[in-house]
Write a protein that binds this ligand. Sequence first.
Ligand code: ADP
Length: 254
Amino acid sequence: LFERVARLERMELVATLAGGIAHDFNNVLAAILGYSQLAATQLKQEGGQARVVKYIEEIRAAGQRARELIQQLLSFRRGGAVQPGSAELAAIGREAVGLLRATLPDTLAVVADLDAGLPRLSVDPAHLHQIMMNLLINARDAIAGIGTIRLTARRESFAGVQRCDSCGHEFRGDFVAITVTDVGVGIAPEHREKLFEPFFTTKDVGQGTGMGLAVVHTMTHLYDGHVRVESEPGKGTAVQVVLPVRLLQEGAAA
Ligand code: ADP
């Protein structure tokens, strides 16, 4: 029976991750399509070549990212286990912000405020990227008018007891905190309990899969981390992922 439960849990995990990868893949395609269009427009203008080179670099980066995502999927099919690699938080954060920026309308901006002094983390870089991407996409989708999205990463010390909004466990102490803040519509109180359920979405068909936060929950808890949500309807939302400081690889400063 134990084996069956473990197998079911594994299948659920893989389904969750696959859903999340599809979510991110969509965003990568949006970057490729957006930048190709910009490049084509720019080529028609005089002296626009330097910009075109930049756009082509963005397209290449997005293409590489797409290849990594597919490799992730293939490794699950082969039954590959989660690989806790070494992740440079600031670099991954900058990459995620760059990808999101390519999908933003003119009314939205995204800024990264990443503590450069953080050492590497013993986390699969693809997981960290996925967590940040999913939170950034939600922040983007929450803002209807003008606004700025902020991604921050720093060490955080919780003196008082905190409660994880996705697993309900209490925690305190030292963590690495990754936070995405938006000035969007906020989360209705009656939705708070459902946020992390797979397939829960308030977005239109074709816009949301309801897998974003389920994936964030799964990936965060793989590393004994937690998720905190602060939201005020009409004002905005901050979603914070905290990972234990023991994941920091001391002496390997980024
Ligand atoms: P999806 O983005 O596909 O809907 P998620 O699991 O990422 O799936 O999010 C589930 C729901 O949680 C969203 O549809 C939305 O209602 C709500 N939500 C998540 N993040 C935010 C946010 N930053 N602001 C407002 N609502 C949010």
